[in-house]
Ligand binder design. Sequence first.
Ligand SMILES: [Zn+2]
Length: 491
Amino acid sequence: MTKLSLSVLFFFSIFITSLAQPGDDELKNLLRSHVRVLASDTLQGRGLGTEGAEKARNYIVEQFREAGIAPMFENYLQSFSFRQNLAWIPAHNIVGIIEGHDNYLKHEFIVIGAHYDHLGYDFRNDEKRIFPGADDNASGVAAIIELGRFFASLPEVLGRSIIIVAFDAEESGLLGSKHFVENSPVPLENIRLMFSFDMVGMYEANRGLHLRGMASLDQGDELAEKVARRHDINLRQMGDNIERRTDTAPFGDLGIPAVHVYTGQKSPYHKPEDQYDLLDYEGMVVINNFMKDFISDLSRESELRQSPSLMVHMLRETGIIGRKPVAGFLLNTGRGFHRYPDEFFKAKPAFNVSTGFYFRLPLANLWSLQLEALYDLNSSRIQDGVFRRHSLTFPANIQISTPDVQGQDIRFYLFSGPYYRWSFSGESAGNKMDFDNVFSRDEWGYTIGVGLDIFRISIGYTSRRAVTNLMQSEELTLLDSNGYFSIGYRF
Ligand SMILES: [Zn+2]
C-alpha cells in the first residue's frame, strides 16, 4: 500500500469515526429523552397557543442552542398569529441554520422540518384527556434536533446550507409551514429540497421508512436507494406524490421538491395513547443515521432539480398547461353591409352566413388563441341589385375568459384579432365579379366579440370589419362589415 493511499485511508477512517458520533446508544438516549420531555404530561399535548406549547418551544430552542444550531433570527423564533373563530392565536416557528461549506452551493438550502404542535387536551366526562403526541410528532422534532446537532458539529460535510425548522400550527392546517414559505428568510428559489419528519417512531412496526415524494426531486428515488445500500435500512413508499397532509404541501405547491419522512400510521394516531414508551427508538437511530448520510450527500450533489413531474404539476397549478386544446364547429349568421367611407351613402344590409371549424389553443391562465377556418357568404344590397361574395375566412383571435363559473364548464369571454379573407367567386348586380381587374380577392380586417361557453355549446356575438378595400381601383373605397350571432359546438 502506498503512503498516499494509507493517508487517504487514514483520513477516511477519521471521517467515518466522526460520522458515527455520538454513538448509537447515546443517540438513542438523546432521541428518547427528547420524546419523553415533549410527550410528557407537563406539556399537556402541546396544544396551539397553550402553556404546554410554550414549554415545548422553550425546550426546542434550548436544544437547538445546545446543539450548536445558529439562530436564523435573533432568537430562533418566526412569530405570527392567525384568526381562529373570534380570537387571534399566536404561533411561532423555531428556525435555525447551519451554513454549508461549498462557496457556491452554500447559497442553496435544504429545509429539514418537523411540526412540534399537537392536539393539546380535552375533557371527556369531566375528565381531562391529554394527547401526548409522541409519534405525532415528538418523534420528528427529536430527529431534527439530533440531525441539527450532527451537522452543527460537522458542517464540513455540508455543501449546501441546512435550515432546521420546528413548525407550529401544523395540526391547524399546516399554518406554520405556510407562514414559513410566505415569509421565507431565504429566497424561495434557493430552497432546493424539503424534508418533513412527521411520525418517525414506528420503523419496526412499519417494516421500513417511507420517503413520500422523494421522486419530486429529479433522480430522488435513485439517490435515496444508493445511500440506503450503505445502511441497513428498508425504504418503502417513495415516488413523486407530495404528501398534502403534512408540512411538505406548502413547499410542493411552490414547486420545491418535498419529502414526507414517515414510518406509517402505526401509532394510536391522534389518540391519548400516542405515548412515548410505544416508540421504536432503535428504529429512530437507524433513520437518523441514514438521513445524516443522505442529507450530506444531497447537500453536495452538484445540482438538485425538480423532477419533470413536479414541473408539470406546477405548470398545471399556474394554469400554463393543463387545459387541453379543443376544436369545434362554428356557425355565424347575421347581416352585413358595405361601407363607402368617401361617399354619402351606404349599402343596405343583407343576409350573411359563415360556417366552419375552430381550434382553441390554451395559453397562460385564462387566455386562449382561437383559430378559425370558415366558408363565408357575405352580401349587401346595393342600388341596382345584390352584391354577394363567396370566400374563405381565417380569423385568429386572442380570447380572455372568466374563470369557470362555480367550477362548472361555464365561462364568459371576450375576443379580438385579425382575419384574412380570400374570395373565390361573387356577383354584383347580376354580373359575375371580375377579380382580375375590378375586385380584390384579398381582404384583411379584424374581429371583435363576446361569448359564453356552456359545457359544449357556445353562443355569442361576433363583429368583423375590413380594413382593406374590396375594389382594386383607388377611386372607390368599399369596406366590408359583418355582424353575426354565433353558435358553436365543441367536439
Ligand atoms: Zn403530524
